[in-house]
Ligand binder design. Structure first.
Ligand SMILES: Nc1ncnc2c1ncn2[C@@H]1O[C@H](COP(=O)(O)OP(=O)(O)O)[C@@H](O)[C@H]1O
Ligand SMILES: [Mg+2]
Length: 692
């Protein structure tokens, strides 16, 4: 898969230094990552040019070394990390090769660990709890003693400087928790807990003070020097932090400005005519050379007379805009010995077969341990998050008391027939509607799931089951409180078995609708869109439940068959009516007429068939519950399995479409900005550099 034919070597090639470095130095269990001619584009099908996010990047990462990906904001650092880790968003296409130990393979589900720029954490847990659960989810608890695991947990807390806030809550919308820097360090701690062989980090030091940034980078360097491969994007590091990196990948506008040993970068910049002034930190100098925003900074400084006009250089070189310097650097890098060495090394690593034996990836804990840990964690989260269940339980109680007082002691008069039917309809309709209140919390939990799943913390099955088990006590609390209050206030059909049936019917109904909402959350992972979709689905269910329109009156195609049959609410309501009315006798409309039997009313007035018992209705509700849980599992699994296939098809089709466009083959044009550049520091030192 090529976006465009590889461009002719602009450098001739004679002066290339074919640096061949042996592979013997690396850890044989390590991960060698190679990327060749990596391109990422946003296809613009409508109008305008296709946007190139990264353009022909080649490089490699080796075990025992830590690499910094540096570049101005928007230069493509995150895009490069996403491409390497196979996490690009759906609207872009990637071409080129990413090889792990010489083979193309997915880096998902535990092969590589990835610390994202955004911290996704469960806000209701403390720092120590978060690390502890994570450790129990992934460490081989069978082979490790409790003391050893606790040692790892405490060691990680100390290593990341989190001891002081270890028992503080992380915080969410209603709880002020730990600081942004502490969250960042916690996110890193969670991934380094298991010492992954391949670790990606997206700006791990952003938001940290310079001392914390130094310590965090030093820890990452130690991990790398322990035989691990660490690749981290970094934004404006201090000189101390920069000195900790072994390799540097400097990019601008998606193109390589420099790739090689970090300490050789200063030499490269000096060789190509942009030496670093001794009073400026090298990383600062590199970014100044390639960040065109500095042109605007200089222009505004000149405007505000902070830089005197007399200091302007007469030299032509001095007047170059950063965009031009950047293009020159990109060109010079292509012809440099560093590029040649990189190409040779890439060739060498990618052709060696059987380089590494397969290391065990993902979670090392048993499935049962994963299930019990996830269940515990989820239960604690649910019990601490007021919005998850507590608020709903309170609302259920208040609404139940209201319903109970409105239908108080309903009796068996003629008018009670409709009152009982309405009360049942209200419970199965509006009360169930409230389960949509938990949707925001589902979405938060799904975000954590996706992050942890991609990093291979646990399996889909363990998550789906644990989610159900942990929520069950709350579902029981909700149903019991509602059923007890309403049943006794309204005085439905007396008898314990009838009361027990009402409770069972309600608990299974709430469990079904919760599962249905989880399915919606997995398909529409956006708070507002999911909420609207969920409300729409519940609305349709209410309409076909048999209360607003009796079942025999529903239009046969679609609404009666199959909608009312796959709608759990219809079954639950039928069961509830049977439970309440069968065996009761109601007063007739005209006094003196014979009493009306409940069975007859159910059959003739409510249009409910008496062919099967209420227990069959309950069984169908439970079957629908199982189907929803299986559907939830299948959707999560399908997304994992099918998305790479869809991605490949999409990439092929898009490339085919784009290859017809002549404009696509053109090299992108970088606009030149003509602001005059000052050169205070460099000129003071007598250096011939256009960068001041
Ligand atoms: N999925 C995407 N669709 C469209 N544009 C994107 C996408 N991802 C990134 N970009 C664009 O690519 C450029 C580089 O983004 P990014 O890699 O996030 O930069 P950095 O991490 O260096 O700040 C930005 O201009 C951004 O808007
Ligand atoms: Mg970024």
């Amino acid at each position: 898969m090529e976006i465009e034919v590889a461009s002719k070597d602009e450098c001739g090639g004679d002066d290339m230094e074919k640096g061949v470095v042996g592979l013997s130095g690396g850890d044989e269990r390590g991960m060698y990552l190679v990327w060749e001619d990596l391109r990422v584009v946003v296809p613009n099908f409508g109008n305008g040019h296709t946007k190139r996010l990264i353009n022909g990047l080649t490089g490699f990462a080796e075990p025992g070394r830590i690499m910094a990906i540096m570049g101005p904001s928007g230069s493509g650092k995150s895009t490069l990390l996403h491409s390497l880790a196979g996490r690009l968003s759906g609207n872009v296409i990637m071409t080129g090769n990413v090889l792990l130990n010489g083979k193309k393979r997915s880096l998902h589900y535990g092969v590589a660990a990835y610390v994202t720029q955004e911290d996704i954490l469960l806000g209701s847990l403390t720092v120590r709890e978060t690390i502890t659960y994570s450790a129990h989810l992934r460490l081989p608890t069978k082979n490790m003693s409790k003391e050893k695991i606790n040692g790892i947990i405490e060691g990680t807390l100390t290593e990341m400087g989190l001891q002081d806030c270890a028992d503080h809550l992380i915080g969410n919308w209603h709880l002020r928790g730990i600081s942004g820097g502490e969250k960042k360090r916690l996110s890193i701690a969670l991934e380094i807990l298991t010492r992954p062989h391949l670790l990606f980090l997206d700006e791990p030091t952003s938001g940290l003070d310079s001392a914390s940034a130094f310590f965090v980078t030093q820890i990452l360097r130690n991990i790398a020097h322990d035989g691990r491969t660490v690749i981290s994007s970094i934004h404006q590091p201090s000189s101390e932090v920069f000195a900790l990196f072994d390799d540097l990948f400097l990019i601008s506008g998606g193109e390589t400005v420099y790739f090689g040993e970090a300490k050789m970068a200063v030499e490269f910049f000096a060789e190509v005519g942009y030496p670093c002034p001794s009073r400026r930190s090298p990383s600062d100098h590199f970014l100044r050379c390639i960040n065109s925003d500095f042109d605007n900074v200089t222009a505004s400084l000149i405007e505000s007379h902070r830089i005197p006009e007399t200091e302007k250089s007469s030299s032509l070189m001095m007047n170059l805009a950063t965009a031009e310097i950047r293009s020159m650097l990109v060109k010079k890098y292509k012809c440099s010995k560093h590029a040649a060495r990189a190409r040779a090394r890439v060739q060498e690593i990618s052709t060696i077969e059987g380089l590494v034996m397969e290391t065990k990836t993902g979670s090392q804990a048993t499935w049962c341990k994963q299930l019990s840990t996830l269940t515990k964690r989820s239960f604690i989260n649910m019990s601490r998050d007021v919005g998850y269940y507590w608020l709903r339980i309170i609302t259920y109680i208040v609404v139940s008391i209201s319903v109970g007082s409105i239908f108080f002691n309903v009796g068996t008069s003629y008018s009670a027939i409709l009152a009982r039917a309405s009360c049942g309809g209200f419970i199965s309709g509006f009360m169930i509607f409230m389960s949509i209140g938990g949707f925001p919390s589902f979405i938060e939990e799904m975000k954590i799931f996706y992050k942890e799943r991609l990093n291979g913390h646990y399996g889909v099955g363990a998550y789906v089951i644990s989610n159900f088990i942990s929520s069950f006590p709350f579902l029981i609390a909700m149903s019991l409180s509602t059923a007890t209050i309403i049943y006794h206030m309204v005085k439905f059909r007396p008898g314990f078995s009838h009361f027990a049936y009402t409770c069972l019917d309600l608990v299974s109904s709430i469990a079904v609708i919760e599962s249905c909402m989880m399915v919606v959350a997995s398909l529409v992972p956006n708070f507002l869109m999911g909420l609207i979709t969920g409300a729409g689905i519940i609305g349709v269910m209410m309409m076909t439940a048999g209360f607003f329109r009796f079942l025999p009156d529903l239009p046969k195609p679609f609404w009666r068959y199959p909608m009312s049959y796959i709608n759990y609410m219809a079954w639950a309501l039928q069961g509830e009516y049977k439970n309440d009315m069968i065996g009761l006798e109601f007063d007739p409309l005209q006094p003196g007429d014979p009493k009306l039997k409940g069975e007859v009313i159910i059959n003739t007035v409510l249009g409910i068939s008496l062919d099967h018992s209420k227990w069959w209705d309950l069984t169908v509700v439970i079957v629908i519950l199982i189907v929803y849980r299986l559907l939830f599992f299948t959707i999560l699994k399908f997304k994992e399995r099918a998305s790479p296939v869809f991605r490949t098809i999409y990439t092929k089709r898009t490339l085919h479409h784009l290859s017809k466009r002549p404009s696509f083959r053109k090299t992108p044009h970088f606009p030149s900005q003509r602001h005059q550049i000052m050169h205070s520091l460099s000129s003071q030192e007598g250096l011939n550099s256009p960068i001041h």
